[in-house]
Design a protein around this ligand. Sequence first.
Ligand code: ADP
Length: 485
Amino acid sequence: QQPPLQDMTLFRQQAFVAGRWEDAPDGKVKQVFNPANGKLVGTVPNLGADATRRAIDAANKALPDWRARTAKERAQILRKWFDLMMANQEDLAILMTVEQGKPLFESRGEIAYAASFIEWFGEEGKRAYGDVIPGHGRDKRIVVLKQPIGVTAAITPWNFPAAMIARKVGPALAAGCTMVIKPSELTPYSALAMCVLAQRAGIPDGVVSVVTGDSKPIGAELTGNPIVRKLSFTGSTGVGKLLMSQCSANVTKVSLELGGNAPFIVFDDADLDAAVAGAMASKYRNAGQTCVCANRIYVQGGVYDRFAEKLAETVKAMKIGDGLDKDTKIGPLIEEKAVKKVEEHVADAVGKGAKVLFGGKRVEGPGTFYVPTVLTGVTADMLAMREETFGPVAPLMKFDSDDEVIRLANATEFGLASYFYSRNIQRVWRVAEALESGIVGINEGIISTEVAPFGGVKESGIGREGSKYGLEEYMEIKYLCFGGI
Ligand code: ADP
């Protein structure tokens, strides 16, 4: 079942290494399935360490010329890439929905979001300013330069098949770095389509490669090859820790965007309609499969019942289905394993006394669908409150005081996003400062934008993506000390 694209050349079933489209030398492939119906979409080459090494060598060869260009010259090419992504937004969105499952309106949104990183960082590359520091002696002058780190690598997940790549490759290329990318085995086609457009935009051979195949051999080469000076990874905390330890061999720098376990807090003084809208957006976007999805919902006693009712009413109205159907509001989960995890979390909660206000079951038939769910009477010991569910389940737990909810919210090893709704200015400041997370949504459920620094504290990661801080992740600081002046 091939994706129905206007421009079928965007559907590439080959890897993009050193500016060439290629198959595996031994003909091995990996299959890609549509989670909405379980049907085969196509295959990609199952490449390994050799192809990865060639991609790294090509990135190294392409580096001197790319690095030497002015930021403006690089920006002009990135701008073309952005324009091409937007001109092909519909095809890219269809391709994404077919391999990933999210509803088409979300895929369109993700393509625009992904493209925005390419555009924004192209511009920001022009502002990679250094410093002039007053010297420490009469004859001394100090100048600080920012220089591209060199050859970089990216390993990306399936939940945002285009955006997770764009927010790495955008700043990398803008800074003057080159990059080898390994997309998720589950969603390689969005990455490959972006390469088709990168080539059309005039990005030179070797500056960007996409290697498809098994994660372990490719990951081992990307982390072990001393030419690679930086790895940017988005994915699970377990794999992030493994890659970080692999990178220690060569002291390869890392940026890590790992798991979250986001608290979403509704205080008695919240605008309840806004809180419901925020919870809907944060919880059910991408069927609950984002690392900033509200995972634990804490609602203060005075508004608990009303919030639960309003949320359940809104959830009931969501149309489940194939993301290509235009009425679909929520698509399938990525694979069977994901449905099993959601079932486990719901069964555990119900077993410990939670009530299913709505949903609480999978959709029978083909595809890996789970009905969007609202649970009430939830307590802190339930799996759904301790682990990232990564599915469309909203567990609602009642709380009394600010201190209590802050303690509960922070009682996790994760610290990516948190959210709360309140209209009291003192409370807003106090809670915002007390929450242990890299991102806080205040009366806001959607926090992702290319202009702001996205990233986590604690075990949620290292580094930031987006904004001027995201560019710095791809630059080294060099300090020049002039003496005898
Ligand atoms: P998710 O739960 O989002 O699938 P993973 O951490 O398993 O998170 O996957 C994120 C990315 O990391 C994917 O591209 C996957 O192929 C890759 N990956 C998984 N295991 C490894 C590994 N051992 N080495 C390198 N990459 C890996």
